[in-house]
Design a protein around this ligand. Structure first.
Ligand SMILES: [Zn+2]
Ligand SMILES: [Zn+2]
Length: 255
C-alpha cells in the first residue's frame, strides 16, 4: 500500500507542513487518516477529494480534524458533485461525539446549524470494535492514552500492515496496535525532557521503545511540534530503533 504524508506538523501547522493527515492507497481504494489544519489543500495535489472512500479520525483535536470543516464546504457546495447520493456521503470513522463537534466546527450557532447536521455529506460511524473492511483494507481501532478519547488504527492490505498511533502517551495498547506491523507511523511530539507531561504524547525515545516492544519492522516518526528540533527527536529514536525515519509532508512511502 502507498502512504502519502499530507501533513506531519505536531499540534499546530508549521512553516514546512500542515498538521496531521495521511492518504493511504491500495487497489484503487483511498483512505484518509486524520484531516488536520491545511491537509485538504495537500490532498488535492494527490487525489480528488470525492474519490476518497473513507475518512478515519483518531480524535477531535483541531490538528487532526480542523479541515473537516473545509471538506464539508467542498462536498456540499462543489459545482459538480457526484450525482449518486450514496457517493456524496463519505464514511467517517470517528469518536462518537464527532457528528455534534464537527457540526459545531462548521456552523457555531444552533440557529446556523439548523438543518446542517452534516448527514447530507458524511456517514458517521464510531471507531470499530471489530475489524471492518473498506475495499482491500481491513481496519482495526485501538483506544490509546491521550487527554480526550483517541484511537490508533491498524490497517492491513495487500499482505502488509500499517499501524498509526494518532496522539498518545505510552500505553500497553500501543504494543497490540503495532504488533509485528510492517510500518509503525508513530507520533513523536518532542525529544525527552524532564517536565514532559504524562499520558499526552510520545518522545522520540518512547516511540522507538513502542516500535521495539511491538516488533515493528519500520518506524516512521511524525507529529514533531514545530518548536521542537526534529533532528533531536530522530537521534534519540535511533538509539533504540536504528532504522527510524522522520516523515516529510508531500512524500510518499511504500508500506
Ligand atoms: Zn496532535
Ligand atoms: Zn491530540
Amino acid at each position: 500500500m502507498k502512504l502519502t504524508v499530507l501533513g506531519c506538523s505536531g499540534s499546530i501547522p508549521g512553516p514546512d507542513s500542515p498538521a496531521s493527515g495521511y492518504l493511504l492507497e491500495a487497489g484503487g481504494t483511498r483512505i484518509v487518516l486524520d484531516l488536520g489544519n491545511g491537509t485538504l489543500g495537500t490532498l488535492q495535489r494527490f487525489a480528488d477529494p470525492f474519490q476518497v472512500d473513507a475518512l478515519l479520525l483518531s480524535h477531535l483535536h483541531p490538528d487532526h480534524c480542523a479541515d473537516v470543516g473545509a471538506l464539508t464546504v467542498l462536498r456540499r457546495y462543489h459545482p459538480d458533485p457526484p450525482r449518486d447520493p450514496v457517493q456524496r456521503r463519505l464514511p467517517v470513522l470517528a469518536p462518537p461525539e464527532a457528528p455534534e463537534r464537527l457540526a459545531a466546527l462548521y456552523a457555531p450557532s444552533a440557529a446556523e446549524r439548523a438543518g446542517t447536521d452534516l448527514s447530507d455529506v458524511y456517514e458517521f460511524r464510531p471507531p470499530p470494535e471489530e475489524p471492518v473492511h473498506i475495499g482491500p483494507f481491513e481496519v482495526r481501532a485501538f483506544p490509546v492514552t491521550h487527554v480526550c478519547p483517541t484511537w490508533g488504527f491498524r490497517i492491513a492490505a495487500e499482505g502488509r500492515v500499517l499501524a498509526y498511533t494518532g496522539d498518545t502517551g505510552p500505553c500497553a495498547e500501543l504494543t497490540e496496535l503495532a504488533r509485528g506491523a510492517d510500518v509503525l507511523l508513530s507520533e513523536a511530539s518532542w525529544a525527552d525532557f524532564a517536565e514532559a507531561p504524562d499520558g499526552l504524547h510520545l518522545s522520540g525515545r518512547q516511540a522507538a521503545e513502542a516500535a521495539d516492544a511491538a516488533g515493528a519492522r519500520q518506524l516512521l516518526l511524525t507529529h514533531v511540534q514545530p518548536w521542537v528540533e526534529g533532528r533531536a527527536v530522530l537521534e534519540e529514536a535511533r538509539e533504540r530503533f536504528a532504522s527510524a525515519e522522520l516523515v516529510e509532508a508531500g512524500r510518499t512511502y511504500t508500506v
